[in-house]
Each structure stands twice: as structure tokens, then as C-alpha cells.
Design a protein around this ligand. Structure first.
Ligand SMILES: Cc1cc2nc3c(=O)[nH]c(=O)nc-3n(C[C@H](O)[C@H](O)[C@H](O)COP(=O)(O)O)c2cc1C
Length: 403
């Protein structure tokens, strides 16, 4: 049995850590005092109160361990005892336990996924995308009572602004606007007393977000899946943080584990927004083959281009491009976009058919560079728990870097 802890001052000894009929039990001892904690899944983050302090304990079962048969079949590891989770201005602003946001991925971030992320302590955002009222209503209902928000593609919302009223009427936890000028919508969202999150790709856009009254700004680096621009997160993020000292900044693009979260926080972020990592989750609305391609994806397997948008007759305003996995269709048309446009009738027809039958040698899998870090399809709640636990283990004690 092995474990890491940042709370040795609370627990001198950990004993009797064993799985009992599928649940995990650990007894923690401090002097004469003992605390028993239980968890019902293989890997579990359990919140407990001890000595007036709130603690999060991550228990995990190593199924490859060489334990005895029967109820002691698995070796149990107490991976971490964290004295507290990451609490900062972002978690307070959004009213969430963990500083983890689900990207509002068009169609992929449905009600099940958004609810799973929110129920795990993060913030789930529905992928309102280009704005299909029926889809948004249906997925909001599927999220049940979970406290979720909704994202829109701003330039598309500008064509159908009434969609925003429909979402605000249900008092979402937040509305996220990306790709376009958020200023026309800021007053309406704030008047509804709903948090406004703006995703930006440049410092100039971050200024617009501040003018729109953003409560949270997401700095999206070029590594991100889906649409975006060219500046890498490692330079964009600290520049946006410097511009917005009074507003929590969230990092997006290329983050898939706790190391990415910790690195982003060292650059000044107060949390992260992840898309690609949550696409490879059980609850994501994605084709199983698309998810498998994310798992198989390696570094450098993605490309930012307009080929798939042209092929599906969905032209975006410049300078946006979309990051997707390289496939046969991308290889065929990259650098030949003018010819593709000239033959768009024929190409779009074949492309639509390929999407219909789930042929991802032609249809794009829209993901970012983070696919190189993803090796499994997990329940979304488990992704949140793992990422948070790893980040907390890596970060300096609370208060040292976050306000
Ligand atoms: C499949 C997919 C669809 C996306 N659709 C949207 C969208 O509709 N609106 C939006 O604001 N961002 C969208 N994004 C971008 C995300 O908001 C976010 O910036 C990105 O996922 C972060 O990078 P990561 O994928 O490396 O985590 C999408 C991303 C992916 C992967």
C-alpha cells in the first residue's frame, strides 16, 4: 500500500485500507482520534469533515495489485489526502467546487455530459453551438436538475438573438460566448443576473470581453480542438491574465490532465476549460469510432484548417480555422482550398454521406492537440476527479498562487 499526502499533520497513520464487497474503506488515525472513510467505486474522491476541516481524499484500487483472493483481492492505494480543494475567485464566481469547465462543444456536449461534469463539482456547459432551439431544450431537460450553463457561437447567435432569451428564461448557471463580439449581448445576460463567460483568442478580444462585462474570460490557445486562431496558450494566457487582474481567467487548449491544470495555474489561470478530454468520455454525444480515434491520436496528428468547414458548407468568418484530426479527406484537400470551393457541390454531397455513415476517413473528428495525452474513454465525473487530484498534488499549498 502506498500513498501521498499533503496532510500528514492531520493523519499520522493510515490503516485497514481494504475493499469490502466492492467498496473501499480506509481508517485514518491521528493520535487517539480515528476517521473511517468509505467509497463505493474503484476510484473515488470522498469529501469528509475531520477536526472541523473539510478534506478531500482520493482512494484508488490498483486492480493489477497482487492482493489475496476474495474481499482483499485488490491492493488499495490512498493516492492523496488534500487538505482542501482548489478554491479561488473562479470557483466562487461560478459557485462550483472544482475549477474545471466543460467546453460547450457543438452537439458533443449534450445534457448527459454537462450534468456529469456539474455533478462532479465542475461546470457543465451545453454545446448550444449554432443555435438549434429544439436541441438546446431537449438537452437541457436531459441534464435534469444539474446546475449547468450553455455556450453559443457568437457570430451565429447574432443572426438569431432570440435564442438567448430562451436560454436565459431557465436561469442557467452561466452563458458562454465564443467567436465574435460579445458586447451586444453582455447587458442582456447581466440583466438576467446570469454569469457571462467569454472565450477569446487574442488580447484585443479580451478587452472586448471586459467591455461586455464578462465575469470569466477563457483564453483559448491554438492547441484547442475546434475553431480558434493562431496564438499558443503559453503566451496568450499570461498576456490575458495581465490585462484582466480583476477577472478570473480560465485556460483552454491542449489540457487533458492535472499537469496541464497545474501548469495553467502557474501561468495565472484560475481554472481550465477542456473539450477534447471530455469528448473521450462515456457521456459525450459522439460516435464510438470518433472517440476511439481520439484515444489513438498522437502528437501532431491534428491540423488547423478550413477544409472541413468548406466541405460541410459552413464557412466561418476569417481568421477562424478549425482544428481536426488529420484524415484522408484533409490530406487530399489541404493547400487546395480554392479548388475545393470550386467543386463544393460534389465534395459536400460526398462529405455529408460520409458523416451520415460515420466514415471518419472523410468526415472530420473535431479535436485538439490534447488527443496525444488521452488514452482511455472514462466517465466524465472520473475525469474531473482524476484531473483535480493530480493538479492538487502538483500545486503549491493553497493561497500561494491563487487568490
Ligand atoms: C468537438 C468540439 C466542438 C467544439 N465546439 C465548440 C462550440 O460550439 N463553441 C465553442 O465555444 N467552442 C467549441 N469548441 C472549442 C472549445 O470551446 C474549447 O476551446 C476547446 O475544446 C479547448 O481545447 P481542448 O479541446 O484542447 O480542450 C469545440 C471543441 C471541440 C473539440
Amino acid at each position: 500500500m502506498s500513498y501521498f499526502t499533503r496532510s500528514r499533520e492531520f493523519f499520522e497513520v493510515m490503516t485497514a485500507c481494504e475493499p469490502i464487497s466492492g467498496s473501499i474503506l480506509a481508517t485514518l488515525t491521528s493520535g487517539a482520534r480515528q476517521l473511517t472513510v468509505g467509497a463505493s467505486r474503484e476510484i473515488k474522491c470522498v469529501g469528509v469533515e475531520f477536526e472541523g476541516k473539510s478534506l478531500d481524499i482520493v482512494l484508488s484500487v490498483d486492480c493489477t495489485g497482487s492482493g489475496e483472493a476474495g474481499k482483499h483481492a485488490h491492493e488499495v492505494k490512498l493516492q492523496e489526502i488534500a487538505a482542501m480543494t482548489i478554491h479561488n475567485r473562479l470557483t466562487r464566481t461560478l459557485g462550483i467546487k472544482h475549477p474545471i469547465l466543460l467546453a460547450p462543444m457543438d452537439v458533443v456536449s449534450g445534457g448527459r455530459l454537462a450534468a456529469a461534469v456539474s455533478n462532479a463539482g465542475g461546470l457543465g456547459l451545453l454545446g448550444g453551438g449554432y443555435g438549434d432551439r429544439d436541441w438546446i431544450e431537449r438537452e437541457r431537460a436531459r441534464a435534469g436538475n444539474a446546475r449547468i450553463g450553455c455556450g453559443f457561437i457568437t457570430w451565429s447567435l447574432a443572426k438569431r438573438p432570440e435564442l438567448l432569451d430562451g436560454v436565459l428564461a431557465h436561469r442557467p448557471a452561466a452563458v458562454m460566448l465564443s467567436f465574435g463580439d460579445p458586447r451586444p449581448f453582455g447587458p442582456t445576460i447581466r440583466a438576467a443576473d446570469v454569469r457571462l463567460i467569454c472565450q477569446v483568442q487574442t488580447v484585443a478580444q479580451a478587452r472586448e470581453a471586459l467591455e461586455a462585462g464578462a465575469d470569466v474570460i477563457v483564453a483559448q490557445g491554438t492547441e484547442a480542438g475546434g475553431h480558434g486562431q493562431t496564438e499558443p496558450l503559453i503566451t496568450l494566457l499570461p498576456r490575458v491574465v495581465d490585462l484582466c487582474p480583476g477577472t478570473p481567467v480560465v485556460a483552454a487548449g491542449g489540457i487533458a490532465d492535472g499537469r496541464g491544470v497545474a501548469a495553467a495555474m502557474m501561468l495565472g489561470a484560475q481554472g481550465v476549460l477542456m473539450g477534447t478530454r471530455f469528448y473521450a468520455s462515456e457521456e459525450a454525444e459522439g460516435h464510438p469510432d470518433a472517440k476511439q480515434r481520439i484515444v489513438a491520436g498522437e502528437g501532431g496528428d491534428t491540423v488547423r484548417s478550413i477544409v472541413f468547414d468548406l466541405s460541410r458548407r459552413n464557412r466561418w468568418p476569417a481568421p477562424y480555422t478549425g482544428r481536426v484530426l488529420r484524415n484522408r479527406h484533409a490530406e487530399r484537400w489541404l493547400g487546395r482550398e480554392a479548388e475545393l470551393e470550386a467543386r463544393v457541390e460534389e465534395v459536400a454531397h460526398d462529405y455529408a454521406e460520409a458523416r451520415e455513415r460515420g466514415d471518419f476517413d472523410v468526415a472530420a473528428v473535431i479535436v485538439g492537440e490534447a488527443c496525444a495525452l488521452i488514452h482511455d474513454i472514462l466517465p466524465a465525473g472520473e475525469i474531473v476527479e482524476r484531473v483535480v487530484a493530480e493538479a492538487e498534488r502538483l500545486l503549491p499549498p493553497q493561497g500561494d498562487i491563487v487568490g
